[in-house]
Design a protein around this ligand. Structure first.
Ligand code: G3I
Length: 429
Protein backbone atom coordinates (compact mmCIF):
# COMPACT_ATOMS: atom_id res chain seq x y z
CA UNK A 1 0.00 0.00 0.00
CA UNK A 2 2.95 2.31 0.62
CA UNK A 3 3.81 2.50 -3.09
CA UNK A 4 0.31 3.56 -3.96
CA UNK A 5 0.17 6.19 -1.26
CA UNK A 6 3.46 7.69 -2.41
CA UNK A 7 2.23 7.75 -5.98
CA UNK A 8 -1.01 9.44 -4.98
CA UNK A 9 0.83 12.14 -3.04
CA UNK A 10 3.22 12.68 -5.94
CA UNK A 11 0.35 12.86 -8.44
CA UNK A 12 -1.58 15.36 -6.39
CA UNK A 13 1.42 17.66 -6.23
CA UNK A 14 1.93 17.34 -9.98
CA UNK A 15 -1.76 17.94 -10.66
CA UNK A 16 -1.53 21.18 -8.75
CA UNK A 17 1.38 22.29 -10.86
CA UNK A 18 -0.03 21.43 -14.25
CA UNK A 19 -2.38 19.02 -15.91
CA UNK A 20 -0.25 16.17 -17.20
CA UNK A 21 1.82 16.04 -20.34
CA UNK A 22 -0.08 18.36 -22.59
CA UNK A 23 0.12 21.28 -20.17
CA UNK A 24 -3.59 22.15 -20.00
CA UNK A 25 -5.32 23.51 -16.93
CA UNK A 26 -7.97 21.17 -15.47
CA UNK A 27 -11.58 22.31 -15.92
CA UNK A 28 -13.41 23.12 -12.71
CA UNK A 29 -15.24 20.00 -11.63
CA UNK A 30 -18.69 21.57 -11.89
CA UNK A 31 -18.12 22.27 -15.59
CA UNK A 32 -17.76 18.63 -16.46
CA UNK A 33 -20.38 16.74 -18.37
CA UNK A 34 -20.91 13.11 -17.56
CA UNK A 35 -19.30 10.75 -19.92
CA UNK A 36 -20.77 10.43 -23.37
CA UNK A 37 -21.61 6.76 -23.75
CA UNK A 38 -24.80 4.81 -23.14
CA UNK A 39 -23.18 2.51 -20.66
CA UNK A 40 -21.57 5.14 -18.49
CA UNK A 41 -23.03 6.45 -15.29
CA UNK A 42 -21.67 9.35 -13.26
CA UNK A 43 -19.65 7.77 -10.50
CA UNK A 44 -18.98 8.70 -6.91
CA UNK A 45 -15.37 9.72 -7.49
CA UNK A 46 -16.57 12.31 -10.01
CA UNK A 47 -18.67 13.94 -7.34
CA UNK A 48 -16.23 13.56 -4.50
CA UNK A 49 -12.72 14.37 -5.58
CA UNK A 50 -11.75 16.21 -2.44
CA UNK A 51 -10.89 13.09 -0.43
CA UNK A 52 -7.33 13.06 0.78
CA UNK A 53 -6.21 9.54 0.08
CA UNK A 54 -2.66 10.15 1.24
CA UNK A 55 -3.93 10.48 4.81
CA UNK A 56 -6.26 7.54 4.79
CA UNK A 57 -5.15 4.02 3.97
CA UNK A 58 -8.77 2.78 3.97
CA UNK A 59 -9.83 5.18 1.20
CA UNK A 60 -6.90 4.48 -1.16
CA UNK A 61 -8.60 2.77 -4.06
CA UNK A 62 -7.40 1.51 -7.39
CA UNK A 63 -10.79 1.83 -9.07
CA UNK A 64 -10.91 5.53 -9.81
CA UNK A 65 -12.15 7.77 -12.58
CA UNK A 66 -9.28 7.97 -15.03
CA UNK A 67 -9.27 11.77 -14.79
CA UNK A 68 -9.03 11.79 -10.99
CA UNK A 69 -6.24 14.01 -9.68
CA UNK A 70 -4.87 11.19 -7.56
CA UNK A 71 -4.43 8.93 -10.58
CA UNK A 72 -0.93 9.14 -12.06
CA UNK A 73 -0.67 10.23 -15.66
CA UNK A 74 0.39 7.64 -18.24
CA UNK A 75 2.36 10.08 -20.34
CA UNK A 76 4.10 11.63 -17.35
CA UNK A 77 5.05 8.17 -16.19
CA UNK A 78 6.85 7.56 -19.48
CA UNK A 79 8.16 11.13 -19.62
CA UNK A 80 10.78 11.67 -22.28
CA UNK A 81 11.31 7.96 -22.80
CA UNK A 82 8.21 7.30 -24.89
CA UNK A 83 5.38 9.33 -26.32
CA UNK A 84 2.06 7.87 -25.18
CA UNK A 85 -0.91 8.31 -27.50
CA UNK A 86 -4.47 7.29 -28.23
CA UNK A 87 -6.90 7.14 -31.13
CA UNK A 88 -9.89 9.44 -30.61
CA UNK A 89 -12.98 10.62 -32.49
CA UNK A 90 -13.78 14.30 -32.59
CA UNK A 91 -17.33 13.80 -31.26
CA UNK A 92 -15.65 12.75 -28.01
CA UNK A 93 -13.59 15.91 -27.62
CA UNK A 94 -16.03 18.33 -26.02
CA UNK A 95 -13.97 20.36 -23.58
CA UNK A 96 -16.52 19.87 -20.84
CA UNK A 97 -16.58 16.09 -21.07
CA UNK A 98 -14.88 13.60 -18.78
CA UNK A 99 -13.34 12.12 -21.89
CA UNK A 100 -11.53 15.37 -22.58
CA UNK A 101 -10.13 15.39 -19.04
CA UNK A 102 -8.98 11.82 -19.42
CA UNK A 103 -7.22 12.21 -22.73
CA UNK A 104 -5.51 15.47 -21.88
CA UNK A 105 -4.28 13.99 -18.62
CA UNK A 106 -2.92 10.72 -19.94
CA UNK A 107 -1.78 11.22 -23.53
CA UNK A 108 0.56 13.55 -25.35
CA UNK A 109 -0.05 12.09 -28.81
CA UNK A 110 -3.29 11.67 -30.75
CA UNK A 111 -4.60 10.17 -33.97
CA UNK A 112 -8.14 10.09 -35.36
CA UNK A 113 -9.64 6.62 -35.47
CA UNK A 114 -11.49 7.18 -38.75
CA UNK A 115 -12.02 10.82 -39.64
CA UNK A 116 -8.82 11.37 -41.62
CA UNK A 117 -9.29 8.43 -43.95
CA UNK A 118 -9.85 9.19 -47.65
CA UNK A 119 -13.51 8.09 -47.72
CA UNK A 120 -14.31 10.82 -45.19
CA UNK A 121 -11.94 13.56 -46.40
CA UNK A 122 -12.55 13.11 -50.12
CA UNK A 123 -15.89 11.32 -50.67
CA UNK A 124 -16.27 12.48 -54.27
CA UNK A 125 -13.63 13.56 -56.75
CA UNK A 126 -12.67 17.20 -56.21
CA UNK A 127 -14.60 17.54 -52.93
CA UNK A 128 -12.70 17.67 -49.68
CA UNK A 129 -14.33 17.87 -46.26
CA UNK A 130 -11.97 18.98 -43.56
CA UNK A 131 -14.31 19.95 -40.73
CA UNK A 132 -13.57 17.00 -38.46
CA UNK A 133 -9.88 16.90 -39.36
CA UNK A 134 -9.56 20.61 -38.64
CA UNK A 135 -11.27 20.13 -35.28
CA UNK A 136 -8.87 17.33 -34.46
CA UNK A 137 -5.81 19.39 -35.36
CA UNK A 138 -7.09 22.43 -33.46
CA UNK A 139 -7.71 20.22 -30.42
CA UNK A 140 -4.22 18.72 -30.65
CA UNK A 141 -2.59 22.11 -30.95
CA UNK A 142 -4.64 23.57 -28.12
CA UNK A 143 -3.24 20.94 -25.77
CA UNK A 144 0.29 20.91 -27.22
CA UNK A 145 0.10 17.29 -28.39
CA UNK A 146 1.99 15.45 -31.11
CA UNK A 147 -0.42 14.50 -33.90
CA UNK A 148 -0.44 11.48 -36.19
CA UNK A 149 -2.29 11.54 -39.48
CA UNK A 150 -3.98 8.25 -40.32
CA UNK A 151 -3.94 7.32 -43.13
CA UNK A 152 -3.08 8.50 -46.65
CA UNK A 153 -2.93 5.42 -48.88
CA UNK A 154 -4.90 2.33 -47.90
CA UNK A 155 -6.88 -0.22 -49.90
CA UNK A 156 -9.73 -0.01 -47.39
CA UNK A 157 -12.00 2.92 -46.45
CA UNK A 158 -11.35 4.60 -49.79
CA UNK A 159 -14.21 6.41 -51.52
CA UNK A 160 -16.15 4.50 -54.19
CA UNK A 161 -14.76 6.57 -57.07
CA UNK A 162 -11.10 6.08 -56.15
CA UNK A 163 -10.26 3.04 -58.29
CA UNK A 164 -12.85 3.71 -61.02
CA UNK A 165 -12.13 4.96 -64.54
CA UNK A 166 -14.19 5.80 -67.62
CA UNK A 167 -17.24 3.70 -68.59
CA UNK A 168 -17.06 1.35 -65.61
CA UNK A 169 -13.44 0.43 -66.29
CA UNK A 170 -10.76 0.51 -63.64
CA UNK A 171 -8.75 3.69 -63.27
CA UNK A 172 -5.63 3.87 -65.39
CA UNK A 173 -2.15 4.07 -63.93
CA UNK A 174 -1.99 7.78 -64.75
CA UNK A 175 -5.39 8.45 -63.23
CA UNK A 176 -4.63 6.68 -59.98
CA UNK A 177 -1.20 8.27 -59.63
CA UNK A 178 -2.71 11.71 -60.26
CA UNK A 179 -5.40 11.03 -57.65
CA UNK A 180 -2.80 9.94 -55.13
CA UNK A 181 -0.73 13.04 -55.78
CA UNK A 182 -3.70 15.40 -55.54
CA UNK A 183 -4.98 13.73 -52.40
CA UNK A 184 -1.64 13.60 -50.60
CA UNK A 185 -0.73 17.13 -51.66
CA UNK A 186 -4.08 18.57 -50.58
CA UNK A 187 -4.25 16.83 -47.23
CA UNK A 188 -0.62 16.89 -46.13
CA UNK A 189 0.09 20.47 -47.17
CA UNK A 190 -3.07 21.66 -45.41
CA UNK A 191 -1.57 20.44 -42.14
CA UNK A 192 2.06 21.17 -42.93
CA UNK A 193 4.01 21.67 -39.73
CA UNK A 194 0.96 20.71 -37.66
CA UNK A 195 0.62 16.97 -38.20
CA UNK A 196 3.92 15.58 -36.99
CA UNK A 197 3.68 12.04 -38.34
CA UNK A 198 1.78 10.51 -41.25
CA UNK A 199 0.88 6.89 -41.87
CA UNK A 200 1.68 7.30 -45.55
CA UNK A 201 0.80 3.77 -46.56
CA UNK A 202 -1.21 1.34 -44.48
CA UNK A 203 -1.37 -2.47 -44.65
CA UNK A 204 0.50 -2.88 -47.95
CA UNK A 205 2.08 -6.24 -47.07
CA UNK A 206 0.43 -9.55 -47.90
CA UNK A 207 -0.81 -11.83 -45.13
CA UNK A 208 0.65 -14.77 -47.04
CA UNK A 209 4.22 -13.84 -46.13
CA UNK A 210 4.81 -13.34 -49.82
CA UNK A 211 5.61 -9.72 -50.67
CA UNK A 212 3.01 -7.04 -51.02
CA UNK A 213 -0.79 -7.10 -50.91
CA UNK A 214 -2.37 -7.47 -54.35
CA UNK A 215 -5.86 -7.85 -55.86
CA UNK A 216 -6.47 -11.22 -54.20
CA UNK A 217 -6.19 -9.47 -50.83
CA UNK A 218 -8.26 -6.47 -51.80
CA UNK A 219 -5.63 -4.00 -53.02
CA UNK A 220 -5.65 -2.75 -56.61
CA UNK A 221 -2.70 -0.37 -56.31
CA UNK A 222 0.00 -2.76 -57.54
CA UNK A 223 -1.99 -4.08 -60.46
CA UNK A 224 -3.06 -0.62 -61.64
CA UNK A 225 0.20 1.26 -61.09
CA UNK A 226 2.76 -1.54 -61.28
CA UNK A 227 6.44 -1.10 -62.07
CA UNK A 228 7.14 2.49 -63.07
CA UNK A 229 10.92 2.41 -63.17
CA UNK A 230 11.48 -1.00 -64.69
CA UNK A 231 13.31 -2.45 -61.70
CA UNK A 232 11.12 -5.56 -61.73
CA UNK A 233 9.10 -4.60 -58.62
CA UNK A 234 5.42 -3.76 -59.03
CA UNK A 235 4.97 -1.72 -55.87
CA UNK A 236 6.16 1.64 -57.09
CA UNK A 237 2.94 3.19 -55.82
CA UNK A 238 4.47 2.93 -52.35
CA UNK A 239 7.52 4.92 -53.46
CA UNK A 240 5.35 7.51 -55.11
CA UNK A 241 3.21 7.93 -52.00
CA UNK A 242 6.29 8.72 -49.93
CA UNK A 243 7.68 11.13 -52.52
CA UNK A 244 4.32 12.95 -52.71
CA UNK A 245 4.15 13.19 -48.92
CA UNK A 246 7.73 14.44 -48.62
CA UNK A 247 7.05 17.12 -51.21
CA UNK A 248 3.90 18.24 -49.40
CA UNK A 249 5.57 18.54 -45.99
CA UNK A 250 9.35 18.13 -46.03
CA UNK A 251 9.53 17.98 -42.23
CA UNK A 252 6.76 15.51 -41.48
CA UNK A 253 7.73 12.05 -40.25
CA UNK A 254 6.62 9.49 -42.84
CA UNK A 255 5.61 6.02 -41.69
CA UNK A 256 4.77 2.68 -43.30
CA UNK A 257 2.19 1.03 -41.04
CA UNK A 258 0.99 -2.58 -40.85
CA UNK A 259 -0.56 -5.25 -38.64
CA UNK A 260 0.66 -8.67 -37.42
CA UNK A 261 4.29 -7.60 -37.64
CA UNK A 262 4.64 -8.42 -33.95
CA UNK A 263 3.08 -11.85 -34.26
CA UNK A 264 3.77 -13.25 -37.74
CA UNK A 265 7.48 -13.61 -38.54
CA UNK A 266 6.83 -14.35 -42.23
CA UNK A 267 4.88 -11.11 -42.61
CA UNK A 268 7.51 -9.24 -40.61
CA UNK A 269 10.23 -10.52 -42.93
CA UNK A 270 8.27 -9.51 -46.04
CA UNK A 271 7.66 -6.06 -44.54
CA UNK A 272 11.32 -5.69 -43.60
CA UNK A 273 12.50 -6.72 -47.07
CA UNK A 274 10.21 -4.23 -48.81
CA UNK A 275 11.17 -1.34 -46.52
CA UNK A 276 14.85 -2.18 -46.78
CA UNK A 277 14.72 -2.26 -50.57
CA UNK A 278 12.88 1.06 -50.64
CA UNK A 279 15.29 2.71 -48.21
CA UNK A 280 18.21 1.48 -50.29
CA UNK A 281 16.64 3.17 -53.30
CA UNK A 282 16.48 6.41 -51.31
CA UNK A 283 12.71 6.46 -50.73
CA UNK A 284 12.01 8.87 -47.84
CA UNK A 285 10.61 6.46 -45.26
CA UNK A 286 11.20 7.67 -41.70
CA UNK A 287 9.82 4.76 -39.79
CA UNK A 288 7.74 1.64 -39.34
CA UNK A 289 4.41 1.46 -37.53
CA UNK A 290 3.55 -1.78 -35.77
CA UNK A 291 -0.22 -1.66 -35.27
CA UNK A 292 -0.25 -4.34 -32.52
CA UNK A 293 -3.87 -5.46 -32.36
CA UNK A 294 -2.97 -8.40 -30.18
CA UNK A 295 -4.61 -10.89 -27.85
CA UNK A 296 -4.27 -11.62 -24.17
CA UNK A 297 -2.38 -14.84 -24.93
CA UNK A 298 -0.57 -14.12 -28.18
CA UNK A 299 2.06 -13.23 -29.28
CA UNK A 300 4.57 -13.81 -26.51
CA UNK A 301 6.42 -10.64 -25.59
CA UNK A 302 9.71 -12.09 -26.83
CA UNK A 303 8.34 -12.39 -30.37
CA UNK A 304 6.98 -8.85 -30.24
CA UNK A 305 10.29 -7.53 -28.94
CA UNK A 306 12.22 -9.35 -31.66
CA UNK A 307 10.05 -7.60 -34.27
CA UNK A 308 10.90 -4.17 -32.84
CA UNK A 309 14.58 -5.04 -32.79
CA UNK A 310 14.52 -6.29 -36.36
CA UNK A 311 12.81 -3.18 -37.67
CA UNK A 312 15.16 -0.97 -35.66
CA UNK A 313 18.03 -2.52 -37.65
CA UNK A 314 16.84 -0.35 -40.52
CA UNK A 315 18.61 2.50 -38.73
CA UNK A 316 21.72 1.12 -40.43
CA UNK A 317 20.33 2.48 -43.70
CA UNK A 318 18.46 5.53 -42.37
CA UNK A 319 19.94 6.61 -39.01
CA UNK A 320 16.76 8.54 -38.20
CA UNK A 321 14.50 5.53 -38.78
CA UNK A 322 11.96 5.10 -35.95
CA UNK A 323 9.71 2.26 -34.84
CA UNK A 324 6.32 3.10 -33.36
CA UNK A 325 3.49 1.09 -31.84
CA UNK A 326 0.55 2.71 -33.57
CA UNK A 327 -2.71 0.91 -32.69
CA UNK A 328 -2.20 -1.14 -29.55
CA UNK A 329 -5.09 -3.03 -27.99
CA UNK A 330 -5.23 -6.39 -26.22
CA UNK A 331 -8.31 -8.49 -26.91
CA UNK A 332 -9.43 -10.57 -23.92
CA UNK A 333 -10.49 -13.26 -26.42
CA UNK A 334 -8.11 -15.61 -28.17
CA UNK A 335 -8.15 -15.18 -31.94
CA UNK A 336 -10.17 -18.35 -32.62
CA UNK A 337 -12.65 -17.79 -29.80
CA UNK A 338 -16.09 -17.13 -31.31
CA UNK A 339 -17.88 -16.20 -28.10
CA UNK A 340 -19.49 -12.82 -27.65
CA UNK A 341 -18.96 -12.39 -23.92
CA UNK A 342 -16.39 -13.28 -21.34
CA UNK A 343 -16.69 -12.82 -17.61
CA UNK A 344 -14.12 -10.37 -16.32
CA UNK A 345 -13.04 -12.31 -13.26
CA UNK A 346 -10.17 -11.23 -10.98
CA UNK A 347 -8.12 -14.04 -12.60
CA UNK A 348 -8.72 -12.54 -16.03
CA UNK A 349 -7.89 -9.06 -14.74
CA UNK A 350 -4.66 -10.46 -13.33
CA UNK A 351 -3.66 -12.09 -16.59
CA UNK A 352 -4.62 -8.96 -18.52
CA UNK A 353 -2.68 -6.71 -16.13
CA UNK A 354 0.41 -8.91 -16.36
CA UNK A 355 0.12 -8.82 -20.13
CA UNK A 356 0.06 -5.02 -20.26
CA UNK A 357 2.82 -4.74 -17.63
CA UNK A 358 5.04 -7.12 -19.62
CA UNK A 359 4.38 -5.15 -22.80
CA UNK A 360 5.13 -1.75 -21.33
CA UNK A 361 8.23 -3.03 -19.56
CA UNK A 362 9.42 -4.23 -22.94
CA UNK A 363 8.41 -0.95 -24.63
CA UNK A 364 10.39 1.01 -22.06
CA UNK A 365 13.39 -1.28 -22.56
CA UNK A 366 13.23 -0.80 -26.32
CA UNK A 367 12.72 2.95 -26.00
CA UNK A 368 15.75 3.21 -23.73
CA UNK A 369 17.74 1.36 -26.39
CA UNK A 370 16.61 3.97 -28.89
CA UNK A 371 14.48 1.46 -30.80
CA UNK A 372 10.98 2.79 -30.08
CA UNK A 373 9.65 6.31 -29.76
CA UNK A 374 5.88 6.12 -29.42
CA UNK A 375 3.10 3.84 -28.18
CA UNK A 376 -0.46 4.65 -29.26
CA UNK A 377 -3.50 2.70 -28.03
CA UNK A 378 -6.41 2.21 -30.42
CA UNK A 379 -8.99 3.91 -28.28
CA UNK A 380 -9.07 5.12 -24.71
CA UNK A 381 -11.62 3.03 -22.81
CA UNK A 382 -13.52 -0.21 -23.26
CA UNK A 383 -16.83 1.57 -23.89
CA UNK A 384 -15.67 2.55 -27.36
CA UNK A 385 -13.48 0.04 -29.11
CA UNK A 386 -13.68 -1.42 -32.60
CA UNK A 387 -13.06 -4.83 -30.95
CA UNK A 388 -16.62 -4.86 -29.62
CA UNK A 389 -17.65 -5.98 -33.08
CA UNK A 390 -14.57 -7.56 -34.57
CA UNK A 391 -14.00 -10.34 -35.45
CA UNK A 392 -17.28 -11.44 -33.85
CA UNK A 393 -20.27 -9.16 -34.30
CA UNK A 394 -22.04 -8.14 -31.11
CA UNK A 395 -19.07 -9.05 -28.96
CA UNK A 396 -18.27 -7.18 -25.76
CA UNK A 397 -14.51 -6.89 -25.41
CA UNK A 398 -12.38 -5.10 -22.83
CA UNK A 399 -9.04 -4.42 -24.54
CA UNK A 400 -7.92 -1.08 -23.09
CA UNK A 401 -6.56 0.36 -19.85
CA UNK A 402 -9.75 2.13 -18.73
CA UNK A 403 -13.03 0.25 -18.32
CA UNK A 404 -16.45 0.97 -19.84
CA UNK A 405 -17.02 3.70 -17.27
CA UNK A 406 -13.55 5.15 -17.83
CA UNK A 407 -12.35 3.85 -14.48
CA UNK A 408 -8.80 2.61 -13.93
CA UNK A 409 -8.31 -1.14 -14.43
CA UNK A 410 -5.59 -3.17 -12.68
CA UNK A 411 -3.79 -3.20 -16.04
CA UNK A 412 -3.57 0.58 -15.89
CA UNK A 413 -1.77 0.33 -12.56
CA UNK A 414 0.50 -2.35 -13.97
CA UNK A 415 1.53 0.00 -16.76
CA UNK A 416 2.27 2.76 -14.23
CA UNK A 417 4.24 0.37 -12.02
CA UNK A 418 3.86 -3.39 -12.27
CA UNK A 419 4.09 -3.78 -8.46
CA UNK A 420 0.78 -1.93 -8.12
CA UNK A 421 -1.45 -4.26 -10.11
CA UNK A 422 -1.53 -7.08 -7.50
CA UNK A 423 -2.85 -4.54 -4.98
CA UNK A 424 -5.42 -3.37 -7.51
CA UNK A 425 -6.54 -6.96 -8.09
CA UNK A 426 -6.67 -7.65 -4.36
CA UNK A 427 -9.09 -4.75 -4.05
CA UNK A 428 -11.37 -6.36 -6.67
CA UNK A 429 -11.30 -9.70 -4.87
O1 G3I B 1 -19.84 6.14 -40.47
C1 G3I B 1 -20.72 5.02 -40.55
C2 G3I B 1 -22.07 5.38 -40.01
O2 G3I B 1 -22.64 6.39 -40.80
C3 G3I B 1 -22.94 4.12 -40.02
O3 G3I B 1 -24.16 4.41 -39.40
C4 G3I B 1 -22.26 3.00 -39.25
C5 G3I B 1 -23.05 1.69 -39.29
O4 G3I B 1 -22.21 0.58 -39.22
O5 G3I B 1 -20.99 2.76 -39.81
C6 G3I B 1 -20.15 3.87 -39.75
O6 G3I B 1 -18.92 3.55 -40.31
C7 G3I B 1 -18.09 2.67 -39.53
C8 G3I B 1 -16.78 3.40 -39.28
O7 G3I B 1 -15.88 2.54 -38.62
C9 G3I B 1 -16.97 4.65 -38.42
O8 G3I B 1 -17.51 4.30 -37.19
C10 G3I B 1 -17.83 1.42 -40.33
O9 G3I B 1 -19.04 0.68 -40.46
C11 G3I B 1 -16.79 0.57 -39.65
O10 G3I B 1 -16.44 -0.51 -40.49
C12 G3I B 1 -15.55 1.41 -39.39
O11 G3I B 1 -14.63 0.61 -38.70
C13 G3I B 1 -13.34 1.15 -38.57
C14 G3I B 1 -12.34 0.29 -39.34
O12 G3I B 1 -11.02 0.78 -39.12
C15 G3I B 1 -12.63 0.28 -40.82
O13 G3I B 1 -11.78 -0.58 -41.46
C16 G3I B 1 -12.98 1.14 -37.09
O14 G3I B 1 -13.82 2.05 -36.40
C17 G3I B 1 -11.53 1.55 -36.91
O15 G3I B 1 -11.15 1.34 -35.57
C18 G3I B 1 -10.64 0.67 -37.79
O16 G3I B 1 -9.31 1.10 -37.66
C19 G3I B 1 -8.34 0.30 -38.33
C20 G3I B 1 -7.20 1.22 -38.72
O17 G3I B 1 -7.68 2.29 -39.48
C21 G3I B 1 -6.14 0.45 -39.49
N1 G3I B 1 -5.69 -0.69 -38.74
C22 G3I B 1 -6.73 -1.58 -38.27
C23 G3I B 1 -7.75 -0.81 -37.44
C24 G3I B 1 -8.79 -1.73 -36.89
O18 G3I B 1 -9.52 -2.34 -37.91
Amino acid sequence: MKNRKMLIAFSLVLALLFSACTGTVPEPEENRDVLDTNTAEPNSAEKDQTVEPQDSEETASYVLPAYDDSVPSLCETYGDVLKIGAAVNTDQLRETSDFYQVVTKHYNTFVTENEMKPMYLNPSEGDFFFDAADRFVEFGESVGATLRGHTLIWHSQVPDWWFGGENGERATREQLLARMETYIHTVVSRYQGRIHTWDVVNEVISDTGNGIRRDNEGSQYASIIGDLDGDGEDYDYIEQAFYFARAADPDAQLIINDYSLESDPAKLNAFYDVVKALLEKGVPIDGAGIQAHIQIGYPVVELFEAAIEKLAELKEINPDFVVQITELDVSIFDWNDQSTTKEITPELQKKFAERYADLFEMFRRQAEKGNLDMVVTWGVYDGRSWLDNYPVEGRTNAPLLFDRNMMTKPAFWGVIDRDLSPEAIAELE
